[in-house]
Ligand binder design. Structure first.
Ligand code: HAM
Length: 426
């Protein structure tokens, strides 16, 4: 085949042989979130660019290097969502959801776009499942989000994930920290990449998160925010840990977690898996972001949330050989010989489907042999052949495609579906 073009690098077609796995994972995630009171929200794939510049932060890698930004025909600068939090927050504000009972709990599954170097588990189009809770500032809210995330992984059958937590403080404690960081990095300025040198003045915390290996090795010994926390942030972090301890949720404090988005305050966390002996993969992360709502024009409102990449979950599930139930195969294939039988097959299949039975029939006017071949390719459980004699007698043979056993089934409209349901339904 001489295809005009192929799927864009870093994007994937999700084929029927895989799509049911996503559906399985997504259903579990939405169901689990609903048990905590989260309701689904769907927001557009693109937003005004300034929303992410301000919300995610114009000093972050995402905004500086990874966004798909374009001008539409009206000259507006638009950006394909690089993540779900900021859009959920914008929609919550725009529609005044905060006038309802607080906290507002939103969940979503959304495509996201980041211009990153594609590799296993990293794509340019990927799907994020997220939960966002607006209007609850207490440590219990952070713990509830972490607990939900942990339960999700458990429900999906994923093991061997390490929960790492940290606190990155609030604007009060961050002032002293930023000053200490600046001093540290200025002294090692020559070893930083150009982007990080630019970040020195405005946002030195971003240097800690830089993916450049040289910057990473400099950042390794940089001061940790956890040593600069104010009393309020320290008490908050202690209380979150107490909730986790009480719930027997294991975690490790990792003072190096700062997260790659500017909106975080206080608690941050990541679920990390060991991809191989060298590499670990963050498969989900989140935290508190008490300043974001005000930053994008809303009232002062605390918030906390979590996001996970659906592809990374599926990769983990595959590597851990988690069983995902395959879709039910076709219950009955109705083969037909001749036009009249074809009409009858159409009618019977429609009746079966009305009773929620998965039925198929030939719609390509193929010969009997080809029809039976198709029935066996789609793994139909049973097959029924309709010809002139079956139409005349009102009886047909149903064949069990696995055992070869044959049974009689009346074609009379009144009893056909009932008999089917009674004798052959799974
Ligand atoms: P994030 O850590 O940037 O956080 O992304 C969350 C998750 O999305 C990652 O842990 C990863 O599983 C997945 N992910 C990120 N980039 C890619 C990629 N290029 N390919 C495949 N998967 C990817 C956020 O986006 C925050 N909005 C999370 C959050 C929600 N914080 C509070 N609420």
């Amino acid at each position: 085949m001489d295809l005009l073009t192929k799927a864009v690098r870093g994007t994937q077609d999700i084929l029927p042989r895989d799509s049911y796995k996503r559906r399985f994972v997504e259903d579990i995630m939405l169901k689990e979130a609903s048990l905590y009171g989260f309701k689904e929200i769907r927001t557009p794939v693109f937003e005004h660019t300034e929303l992410f510049d301000r919300g995610v932060g114009d000093g972050t890698d995402i905004v500086q290097k990874e966004m798909y930004t374009f001008n539409d025909r009206g000259g507006r600068s638009l950006t394909l969502k690089p993540e779900g939090t900021v859009s959920a927050a914008r929609a919550m504000l725009e529609h005044g959801l905060f006038n309802d009972a607080l906290p507002i709990k939103l969940t979503y599954i959304t495509p996201c776009y980041r211009y990153e170097k594609p590799q296993a588990g990293r794509y340019r189009e990927f799907y994020q499942f997220g939960v966002e809770m607006f209007g609850a500032g207490a440590p219990a809210a952070d713990a509830e989000i972490i607990c939900l995330a942990k339960t999700l992984f458990d429900r999906l059958g994923i093991s061997n994930l390490t929960l790492e937590i940290n606190s990155i403080g609030c604007p009060v404690c961050r002032k002293n920290y930023q000053a200490a960081l600046k001093k540290y990095f200025y002294e090692r300025k020559d070893n930083l990449c150009k982007t990080c040198v630019d970040r020195l003045e405005r946002n030195p915390m971003r240097i800690v998160d830089c993916k450049n290996p040289e910057c990473q090795s400099v950042a390794q010994n940089a001061p940790d925010i956890i040593d600069f926390l104010c009393d309020d942030c320290r008490a908050h972090f202690d209380a979150v840990q107490r909730y986790l301890d009480n719930s027997k949720i294991e975690y490790k404090i990792n003072p190096k977690i700062v997260r790659g988005l500017d909106y975080y305050t206080k608690t941050v966390f990541e679920f990390v898996s060991q991809a191989d002996s060298q590499r670990s993969l963050v498969c989900g992360g989140g935290g508190r972001y008490d300043g974001l709502i005000e930053e994008i024009g809303g009232p002062s409102m605390p918030a906390v949330g979590f996001g996970v990449g659906v592809e990374r979950l599926l990769l983990l599930m595959e590597s851990q050989k988690v069983n995902i139930p395959e879709p039910k195969p076709c219950d009955l294939f109705i083969a037909a010989i001749g036009k009249e039988a074809g009409f009858k097959a159409f009618e019977l299949a429609k009746k079966l489907r009305k009773a929620s039975v998965y039925a198929e029939l030939d719609v390509a006017e193929r010969g009997l042999k080809a029809q039976l071949k198709y029935a066996s390719k789609i793994n139909a459980r049973f097959c029924l052949v309709l010809g002139e004699s079956e139409l005349a007698s009102g009886q047909a043979e149903v064949k069990n495609m696995t055992t070869g056993e044959k049974f009689n089934l009346g074609l009379n409209d009144e009893v056909f579906v009932q008999d089917w349901l009674k004798n052959f339904a799974q």
